[in-house]
Design a protein around this ligand. Structure first.
Ligand code: BGC
Length: 723
């Protein structure tokens, strides 16, 4: 419940006092809770017409009409009528998304005879407060009804981190009058996705004392979802308390009833214990200004809330389960930006992402064939089918090629940084070989070199280009890694299965060596793609639909290159590129601000890094890009974490150990993070005076740490301090 006596703490809480319906979309996102399996937007329990509710179940992708998202207008940079290939979307009349399911965090409230509707009563106060340390949302609502009576409602909810299919809330109504109060939970079926599309039909609804249920079937492929809501109401005359446990799945009735029999407090305690365990496992933070600290904590909370536990069949949707923007699709953001977060904080679960891409490999092979290539072309956007689901008018699906290499890159990171060598043999290598095959078939031989022509830059303001630095470097890396793995005798069986000959592996090397990679110019600046430097430097009037002619970029691809390949570029070159692209980056993507922060931290521009880092943390809390209503910007949050750990924290994990080159910003007092490496876990604390590394007592081996010019083996349970 909201504690009105203790002062608010911006570093641990996010709160807003408003009933302005116009803000409801963004607030429902800001106060969303999830556990990777279920997600509930932070909308009001009384379900006002202006509310923005959302209740999502991972993996329930189903068909929506194409009109769910607007087709971009022809002058939009991503739309190029001559390039649209009609055969690829002739029958493209549906898009997949996840349905906004009937919402079980909902009530009907009566005071006396009056049914309380937020639209009709006088709202005197309404505060929502997200407690980030417990992943709970509280709300205090004070209203005067049409008979002039004042009533206070205190509610609290959580999406259980202890029981993946459980959502609980408590709703306490305190009166300052003698009229009776009646409160009933409902499972609200009057909900829809964006643009009003309802993507389920109700098969059955039951209401018995203490238990409500709803069963729905979604649009094709027709998932049946059963939702149960068990509850109990108690009163002491002044305060009426409703406790609700809602569950999803075939056993939901019994699970919800068991939860409510044990009581809200017991379910809450289990949830909070699980949140604390996650903090212990993954916790990171720093001491600086409150806004930055709040932004970072919010970011990490969402990364934790987005990961579906123990499920290798769903990827991390781009906005987690907080909103239906980008239709819950899985993009490169998960492989390239989020995967390192999960790998270094939760390797056992990170493995599921590799398995997810592996399970969809046949679809990626079909995708490559459909575009006329070999191997596996990872779809730019997909849910659980592995089919390419990018809206075709975007022209990105055959052009954002790097995603195939990004998936292979996750395999390499996993193999290097865990003590699970088997995964490479059973699953990982197949991804690497097949994506390398794709690139080998995608390159063009010009007579003197290989090129990657006709690609869409990740920057997305230049969707029709040749030889983008990030794509070409990732492709080259993928080919080389595949060639290296081909020589590994443990992978002979995989090669046999795929028919990968020595000649083909040698060809990977030949193509990688001959692939054209743009080099820094005399000033050290790397051209993003062929001809970028000849584009206009006049950035006046730039917008997403007026940018292709110019050097404006949505997000800085060249700087993104320094994430995997920073070692190969001098600090001067990195700084020159940072300055050059900082002046041209429009931040149309949420990856952009933290990307600039990470790149700045990595090349020692610490003030700049902090400034971008701080802004990145406000992406959703201050709705910087005016699209928070569609869900949080998860991948940007992963890049923020990377900025803290890799950038400021200076961590470079390799197969051989951890190297730490601290770069604490002058205005920060300290920072800390946990990192998992090859079956071990260490915590790192950095101040301006010292670096302290503590190894878990349970670590199976020593962790080699290189810092301050020395390498030390940090033994299990040991703490080492480097001045
Ligand atoms: C970015 C892409 C990203 C997508 C989903 C776009 O704005 O340009 O790089 O994959 O958002 O986050």
């Amino acid at each position: 419940m909201i504690d009105t006596m203790t002062p608010r703490d911006i570093t641990r809480q996010h709160w807003i006092e408003t009933t302005n319906p116009a803000l409801e979309g963004r607030l429902a996102t800001q106060f969303a809770l999830a556990n990777g399996t279920l997600g509930v937007r932070g909308s009001h329990e009384e379900m006002p017409g202006w509310g923005s509710p959302g209740f999502y179940l991972a993996g329930t992708y189903c068909a929506a009409p194409q009109a769910l998202i607007p087709i971009h207008t022809p002058d939009h940079i991503l739309t190029h009528p001559e390039r649209v290939k009609p055969e690829h979307h002739a029958d493209y009349t549906t898009l997949n998304t996840m349905p906004n399911l009937p919402n079980p965090v909902a009530v009907r409230l009566w005071v006396g005879e009056e049914h309380i509707e937020l639209e009709k009563v006088s709202l005197l106060a309404c505060e929502r407060l997200l407690a980030m340390e417990t992943a709970t949302l509280s709300r205090r609502l004070v209203f005067r009804d049409n008979a002039g009576r004042r009533t206070i409602v205190d509610s609290e909810r959580f999406v259980s981190w202890a029981s993946p299919r459980l959502v609980c809330f408590r709703y306490a109504v305190t009166t300052e009058h003698d009229a009776p109060v009646r409160v009933e939970p409902i499972i609200n079926t009057n909900v829809a996705n964006g643009r009003g599309f309802r993507l389920f039909s109700v098969d059955a609804e039951t209401q018995t004392p203490g238990l409500n249920t709803v069963t729905v079937t979604t649009t094709a492929p027709g998932h049946t979802v059963h939702i149960a809501q068990a509850y109990r109401v108690t009163t002491d005359g002044r305060t009426t308390v409703l406790e609700v446990a809602a569950c999803v799945g075939p056993d939901a009735d019994a699970e919800a009833q068991a939860a409510i029999a044990a009581g809200y407090d017991a379910a809450r305690a289990a949830h909070v214990a699980a949140v604390q365990a996650a903090t212990e496992r993954a916790g990171a933070g720093f001491t600086a200004d409150g806004l930055s600290m709040q932004g970072f904590r919010f970011a990490q909370l969402h990364l934790e809330m987005a990961l579906c536990q123990d499920n290798p069949h769903v990827g991390v949707p781009i906005k987690g389960l907080t909103g239906d923007g980008y239709r819950f699709m899985v993009f490169w953001d998960t492989d390239f930006h989020m995967f390192p977060y999960y790998l270094l904080t939760n390797p056992a679960q990170a493995k599921n992402h590799i398995l997810y891409r592996y399970h969809l490999l046949d679809a990626a092979r079909a995708n490559a064939r459909a575009w006329g290539y070999r191997g596996a072309q990872v779809p730019w956007e997909t849910g659980t089918t592995g089919e390419e689901e990018t809206a075709p008018w975007l022209n990105l699906q055959e052009r954002e090629l790097h995603i195939s290499a990004d998936a292979a890159y996750a395999v390499k990171l996993y193999d290097d940084l865990t003590d699970d060598p088997a995964l490479l043999v059973t699953h990982g290598a197949e991804i690497v070989f097949e994506t390398a095959r794709f690139f080998a078939s995608r390159v063009t031989w010009t007579g003197s070199r290989y090129e990657l022509r006709d690609i869409g830059c990740p920057d997305q303001y230049h969707t029709f280009a040749d030889n983008n630095i990030f794509i070409s470097r990732m492709a080259q890396w993928n080919l080389r890694y595949a060639a290296e793995l081909a020589a590994d005798p443990r992978l002979a069986g995989v090669r046999l299965k795929l028919g990968l000959t020595d000649a083909e592996a040698a060809e990977f090397t030949t193509i990688a060596d001959g692939l054209y990679i743009i080099q820094p110019n005399a000033e050290g600046v790397i051209e993003e793609f062929d001809g970028f430097f000849t584009r206009s430097t006049d950035l006046r009037g730039i917008s997403e639909s007026f940018c292709e002619h110019s050097q404006a970029v949505k997000q800085p691809d060249v700087l993104c290159c320094f994430i995997p390949f920073g070692d190969e570029y001098s600090q001067d070159v990195q700084q020159a590129n940072w300055r050059y692209y900082a002046a041209r980056t429009m931040h149309g993507s949420s990856l952009s601000l933290p990307g600039m922060a990470l790149a700045a931290a990595q090349c020692g521009l610490l003030d700049e890094a902090w400034s971008y880092f701080q802004r990145a943390g406000r992406m959703d809390l201050d709705d910087l890009n005016q699209n928070t209503s569609l869900g949080v910007h998860l991948a940007g949050y992963a890049v923020m974490w990377a900025t803290l750990v890799r950038g400021f924290g200076g961590l470079t994990p390799t197969r051989d150990g951890l190297t730490i080159t601290p770069r604490l910003p002058a205005g920060w007092r300290d920072l800390h993070y946990a990192a998992h490496w090859r079956g071990c876990r260490v915590t790192v604390v950095l101040t301006h005076e010292a670096l302290t590394i503590t190894a878990d007592p349970a670590n199976p081996r020593a962790v080699p740490v290189t810092a301050g010019g020395k390498t030390v083996d940090v033994m299990a349970g040991e703490t080492v301090t480097v001045a």
